[in-house]
Ligand binder design. Structure first.
Ligand code: HEM
Length: 179
């Protein structure tokens, strides 16, 4: 009898959550879940003033760097590879758990394209604002740099151009690293 009742209870119980799944924290805390933009799929962020100066550095002059990265199409491919490598990297993967990857790919592409002098504007937040909640450590910054090097290598960016780009980004570390 008890066995039959147990079997019935188990049969009607909801399936156990997948090992990686999170509870619905919005429901738990009784707050409204942010809605993605119907056109872009991006989630809203707190208001800020858009400006190229948020990109954290001035662009390279001339078109040599843009060409070294394969123009806008090459920069797009390299950026998407960089994001894919970073979010799969066990050293930093958890930092991206709550990231809106649609927005991240777009704003990172804009920043790289702008800095490389490939004819874009940057519409994202400044580096302090974008990273202040993340508690990033130096070793995580180093991991991200290795991932970027891998993405650039994979996309056949010449070594000298890789290093010039890394030198452009390096001073931003002080705005990103918090611990
Ligand atoms: C020079 C180094 C870095 C640059 C140039 C950079 C660039 C950016 C840009 C352009 C954004 C988007 C801003 C926006 O959406 O308004 C962003 C966001 C983000 N970055 Fe970085 N980043 C750097 C270092 C790092 C590091 C070391 C990590 C972690 C290992 C990291 C993790 C993130 C995450 C998780 C977001 C999304 C934040 C959110 O969801 O609100 N970044 N970064």
């Amino acid at each position: 009898m008890i066995t039959a009742a147990l079997a019935l209870a188990l049969a009607s119980a909801p399936p156990p959550p997948a090992p990686d799944s999170q509870p619905d924290w919005f429901a738990t805390f009784g707050v409204e879940k942010p809605k993605p933009d119907p056109v872009t799929g991006e989630l809203p962020v707190a208001p800020y003033v858009q400006s190229d100066s948020n990109a954290g550095a001035t662009p390279f002059t001339g078109d040599a760097m843009a060409r070294a990265f394969g123009g806008q199409a090459g920069i797009r491919r390299m950026t998407n590879d960089f994001v894919a490598i970073s979010i799969a990297d066990p050293r930093i993967k958890p930092i991206f758990a709550a990231t809106d990857l649609i927005r991240f790919r777009r704003t990172l592409y804009e920043q790289f394209c702008y800095l490389l002098g490939a004819g874009c504007h940057y519409s994202g937040r400044d580096m302090v604002e974008a990273h202040k909640q993340l508690g990033i450590m130096t070793r995580e910054m180093n991991a991200l740099v290795e991932d970027l090097q891998r993405a650039m290598r994979q996309n056949h960016v010449a070594f000298a151009a890789q290093n010039r780009f890394l030198s452009k980004l390096a001073p931003m570390s002080k705005d990103v690293i918090r611990r």
